[in-house]
Design a protein around this ligand. Structure first.
Ligand code: NAI
Ligand code: PYR
Length: 374
């Protein structure tokens, strides 16, 4: 199979969908890899590094998009929709629930769109989302701590406090991978940490993991309102796989926060979990203020620590890419249930229920679609 690696074009997206090691894995399996000129530079990989492993460097995005399978990191932007064509496999983060136009474009062009973030193991884990959630969770506290500083518009609170002075309050909504990693960093800085989740078993696990050093609370509007009110830093970290994020923090709750508090809504890639977050921000201009609270809503946080993120991401994506290339998408999907859950659009139909529901579109399971095709 010919596999194309597109250069990312989203604001400050420095990750790339493959490393030289990934090229080597595909080439050893008999595939050809086209890498767009300088696609890896932001992550510290040169054209020569890729060529040394057997990749062909091509000058234009169009040449990459002509490949049978295109690998990316972020969802295609409107300027890339023109490259879509029938039967092309697109393997990348897609986050379709808040993206009606992209969903429609993939359907119209009958792209086989496989989303990293909905590939799911039997135990519920999301193995291709996990490493980036680890990165973003850790970054959320680092970023929040920075924006709490006075010169960035914050209230001037040091999260760890100092002896004789109260610690900062970090409130995390969603105790999954992002939430756990945010809590680790916040505890490391010496902050008081509260985690809310709807899953009581998850709260038990977190209580054990952190040996009682975090406050766990069941997530409901009463507990959220009380926790948000006292937060210096609020981290949004909820997820219902594939679905639009639930809006859990209302505008009234944000108004109750003290001026100069900071919200980092990591869940923005699924549409955001805070009512006052009405836009996606960029690394170039990451925050805005509303009700005197700083809002951060960057949907590609790991792009800023691209070297770490590219290595972590490709560790988990490349084995699936090799399966797709070796077997073709239909057989690879039949053989691997986890991979099948990644298929969001196929043959013009939405094959991920939460995405179909988000856009009021009919749903067809991937198994049904494959059966009809054969
Ligand atoms: N902005 C960015 O650059 C990045 C964003 N993300 C996003 O961060 C979000 C979280 O991802 P993960 O931690 O990997 O997901 P996860 O599935 O590991 O954790 C989500 C948690 O939210 C909880 N949850 C669901 N509904 C809830 C509710 N009503 N109240 C409280 N908790 C609730 C679940 O029980 C689960 O424990 C996702 O939207 C993901 O795509 C991840 C990486 C980078
Ligand atoms: C998960 C995601 O959206 C990202 O890593 O950018």
């Amino acid at each position: 199979m010919i596999v194309g690696i597109a250069k990312e074009i989203k604001n400050n997206e420095n990750r790339v969908a493959i490393t030289p090691a990934g090229v080597a894995a595909l080439v050893q399996n008999g595939h050809s890899v086209l890498v767009e000129n300088n696609a890896g530079l932001g992550s510290g990989f040169t054209n020569e590094d890729y060529a040394a492993q057997g990749a062909k460097i091509v000058d234009t995005a169009a040449e990459v998009w002509a490949a049978e399978m295109v690998m990316k990191v972020k969802e295609p932007l409107p300027s890339e929709y023109g490259h879509f064509r029938e039967g092309q496999i697109l393997f990348t983060y897609l986050h379709l629930a808040p993206e009606p136009e992209l969903t429609r474009a993939l359907m119209e062009k009958k792209v086989i769109a496989i989303a990293y973030e909905t590939i799911q193991l039997d135990n519920g884990a999301l193995p291709l989302l996990m490493p980036m959630s680890e990165v973003a969770g850790r970054m959320s506290v680092q970023i929040g701590a920075q924006f709490l500083e006075k010169q960035y518009g914050g209230k001037g609170v040091l999260l760890g406090g100092v002896p004789g002075v109260p610690k900062g309050e970090v409130v995390v909504i969603g105790g999954g991978i992002v939430g756990t990693n945010a809590a680790k960093m916040a505890l490391g800085l010496g902050a008081n940490v509260t985690i809310l989740d709807v899953n009581a078993d998850r709260l038990r696990q977190l209580d054990d993991l952190f040996q009682g050093r975090v406050q766990t609370l069941i997530s409901n509007s009463f507990n959220i309102a009380n926790a948000v009110k006292k937060a210096d830093l609020l981290v949004g970290a909820v997820l219902i796989p594939g679905a639009r994020a639930p809006r859990l923090v209302t505008e009234e709750m944000v108004k109750d926060m003290t001026p100069g508090s900071v919200i980092v809504d990591v869940a923005i890639d699924q549409g955001g979990s805070i009512e006052t977050i009405d836009r996606i921000t960029t690394h170039d201009n990451p925050t805005y203020e509303k009700h005197s609270v700083i809002h951060y809503a960057v949907a590609n946080m790991p792009g800023a620590v691209a070297r770490t993120s590219t290595l972590a991401l490709t560790n988990v994506t490349v084995p699936y890419a090799v399966q797709l290339a070796n077997k073709g998408y239909a057989q690879a999907i039949r053989d691997n249930k986890a991979l099948a859950k990644g298929v969001n659009v196929i043959d013009g139909k939405v094959s991920y229920k939460a995405v179909a529901d988000a856009h009021n579109l009919p749903y067809a399971s991937v198994e049904e679609v494959l059966l009809v095709k054969n």
